[in-house]
Write a protein that binds this ligand. Structure first.
Ligand code: ZN
Ligand code: ZN
Length: 265
């Protein structure tokens, strides 16, 4: 289970980098890199997204040799600004980070507790629920490192493959997408503050014309999901990825494919 994109423990003690000294240092840098991207909100600290370059680099404010790989010496720049910075430094147009609206040292993050505790609860529950399985914690920087090492495309299923760690497993040609859907009608909670208002039991799926919200249906030959319902009984239909198919489909034109199970798949 991947609980976070980086390991806060190894940020504090970069010398204990886990799997041996040799690739430890390199992997340690991948960890710091993920932290720096997170700290900087995945945003270029020079143009703050104005250049619209989605490629982000982690730049050494002082050179790696003199400044090292500590988070305070690293800052997020988009590739455009990063190239511009090094060009200007090399040609002597600017002398240092202060001429490029960059700090001399990056600000530390507010707190080490920011990663929260829920992920550990989740990991513990997963262990308890699967006593016969080996449940191990891992981090996003290790997943990413492995995915790039194996030359796999940036897809969720490839990340899952790297997280699972069984690299002898042959991937199937198919893949199953799951999406958790809400269990409650949020409106009931929203309007619950009215004094004396009796809270309705809204746990059971509400049927209209034999259909529930989030049922998988076929509409004009296309598989989609019921994502909304109008008062007149017409349905809003969307694909798994959220693309709208129809905004007032008559229930007569729907064929039930699969009853909702709490997940879209
Ligand atoms: Zn930029
Ligand atoms: Zn740089």
């Amino acid at each position: 289970m991947e609980t976070a994109s980086f390991d806060t423990q190894k940020l504090k003690n970069p010398e204990i980098s886990g799997t041996g000294y040799q690739n430890g240092d390199q992997k340690g840098f991948w960890n710091v890199r993920e932290y720096v991207l997170f700290r900087d909100n995945h945003e270029c600290q020079h143009c703050h997204g104005k250049k619209k370059d989605p490629a982000l680099n982690v730049h050494h404010i002082e050179s790696r040799k003199t400044g090292g790989n500590s988070p305070s010496n690293l800052i997020t720049l988009c590739e455009t600004c990063h190239n511009e910075y090094h060009k200007k430094i090399n040609s002597g147009k600017i002398k240092g980070p202060e001429d490029f609206k960059l700090p001399k040292r990056a600000k530390p993050y507010r707190d080490a507790a920011f990663m929260g505790i829920i992920r550990w609860t989740l990991l513990e529950r997963l262990k308890q629920a699967n006593p016969d399985l080996e449940v191990v914690n891992t981090y996003g920087y290790l997943t990413k490192n492995k995915r790039i090492e194996l030359n796999l495309a940036k897809e969720h299923y490839n990340d899952a493959y790297c997280i699972a760690g069984n690299l002898n497993a042959k991937p199937l040609k198919q893949c199953l997408y799951l999406k958790k859907i809400r269990r409650h009608n949020r409106q009931i909670h929203k309007f619950n503050f009215i004094k004396g208002h009796k809270r309705k039991n809204n746990q059971a799926p509400h049927m209209v014309g034999g259909f529930c919200l989030f049922d998988k249906v076929r509409y004009k030959g296309q598989e989609c999901f019921i994502t909304g319902r109008r008062q007149c009984g017409a349905f809003t239909l969307k694909t798994f990825w959220g693309q709208k198919i129809k905004d007032g489909a008559s229930m007569k034109k729907l064929i039930l494919v699969e009853r909702t199970s709490g997940y879209m798949k």
